[in-house]
Design a protein around this ligand. Structure first.
Ligand code: NAP
Ligand code: ZN
Ligand code: ZN
Length: 348
């Protein structure tokens, strides 16, 4: 075992503190790497604050991790020391169920993917995430970061990137398709860039017009406020696909009415309360409502390669670890343009 410096939550209400955590000894198939950057995903905040159920404190969050390989196990074939790598939301899965064999490890049902943090690894120890100096992960759950992507900007792609890329691909976003993105936050702003790069016509639906200039600069052709009732009149039956990245309770009936016949509303944010959907909004228009969870390892690599090829990178604000608690408050206040990324140099 080795000891590394990290930031951890000790309860649902206390601020994260600087501490140390342990990493397992490197196994035959393991890759050890120095973490250079870790993104702050809103899911980190939901988790450490206990909004998603049981948390085993102390907990080091972080599942948007990018760094450089320092050591490899004797049987590792995919990576060598010095490689630029990333890890996203999970670090293992059963590898045997239909989903794992299909490369959709995020939907592993035997008994489920092993989260990068707040889960239990094969060694029986709690998994701890990326707000730390180094990590050890099985090579099959490590991604290659293409040279064209700087490590700080690559980090958020490991969750925000794949979470939006996967449904855009699944529902065939591309030329001739109209896509709306609800919420211009960490996920939302990457969704806009990806959908534009895929050739779709993109509209942002935000709470207000405050970030309109940014949305248009990112490639959206329209930017509308959900607080304006006219939005729902003027954009009725407009979209093939809507990605909802908001975790607050929204008027889903209103959003469904913006879909064309056969259009799909995909839920990415996870509201606390059950969703209320009038059946009529689905029936009249054969519309669907769906959800989507991150993406598999193969598709995550495909996404990183796509971003390198199409110059898609997130807009980030790099922070020092001692700013994490303030950053959390700013994420809660929707005051981030558009992803906080922790420079973990001082934790190495
Ligand atoms: P974020 O950066 O905080 O962005 C969320 C955006 O939602 C905000 O920027 C804001 O956009 C909008 N918003 C916030 N509060 C709102 C409210 N009360 N009413 C309406 N809109 C509101 O969060 P994120 O990191 O992108 O994550 C978004 C959600 O996705 C989180 O719940 C996260 O847990 C979830 N998530 C899901 C997956 C998955 O696999 N499905 C993966 C990662 C994250 P505007 O200011 O433009 O309205
Ligand atoms: Zn995330
Ligand atoms: Zn499985």
């Amino acid at each position: 075992m080795s000891t590394v410096t990290a930031y951890a939550a000790t309860s649902a209400t206390d601020p994260l503190i600087k501490t140390t955590i342990t990493r397992r000894d490197i196994g035959d198939h393991d890759v050890a790497f120095d973490i250079h950057f870790a993104g702050i995903c809103h899911s980190d905040i939901h988790t450490v604050r206990g909004e998603w159920g049981r948390v085993k404190y102390p907990l080091t969050p972080g599942h948007e991790i990018a760094g450089i390989v320092t050591e490899i196990g004797s049987a590792v074939t995919k990576f060598k020391v010095g490689d630029r790598v990333g890890v996203g939301c999970f670090v293992d899965s059963c590898r045997e169920c239909a989903q794992c064999r299909a490369g959709e490890e995020q939907y592993c049902d035997n008994p489920g993917m092993v989260g990068t943090y707040n889960a239990v690894g094969r060694d029986g120890q709690p998994t701890q995430g990326g707000y730390s100096g180094a990590i050890v992960v099985d090579e099959n759950y490590v991604l290659n970061v293409p040279d064209a992507l700087p490590l700080d900007k690559a980090a958020p792609l490991l969750c925000a990137g794949i979470t939006t890329y996967s449904p855009l691909r699944h529902w065939n976003a591309g030329p001739g398709k109209r896509v709306a993105v609800v919420g211009l936050g960490g996920l939302g702003h990457v969704a806009v860039k990806l959908a534009v790069a895929m050739g779709a016509e993109v509209t942002v639906l935000s709470q207000s017009l405050k970030k309109m200039e940014d949305g248009l600069r990112l490639g959206a052709s329209e930017y509308r406020a959900t607080s304006d009732p006219d939005t729902f009149v003027e954009l009725a039956s407009r979209f093939d696909l809507i990605l909802n990245t908001v975790s607050a309770d929204l008027d889903l009936a209103g959003l469904l009415e913006l879909l064309k016949v056969d259009g799909t509303l995909v839920e990415l944010g996870m509201p606390e309360n059950p969703m209320k959907v009038p059946a009529g909004a689905l029936i009249f228009g054969r519309r669907s409502i769906a959800g989507s969870l991150i993406g598999g390892i193969a598709q995550t690599q495909e996404m990183l390669d796509f971003c390198a090829e199409h110059d898609v990178t997130p807009e980030i604000e790099v922070i020092q670890p001692d700013y994490i608690n303030e950053a959390y408050e700013r994420v809660m206040a929707s005051d981030v343009r558009y992803r906080f990324v922790i420079d973990t140099a001082s934790l190495r």
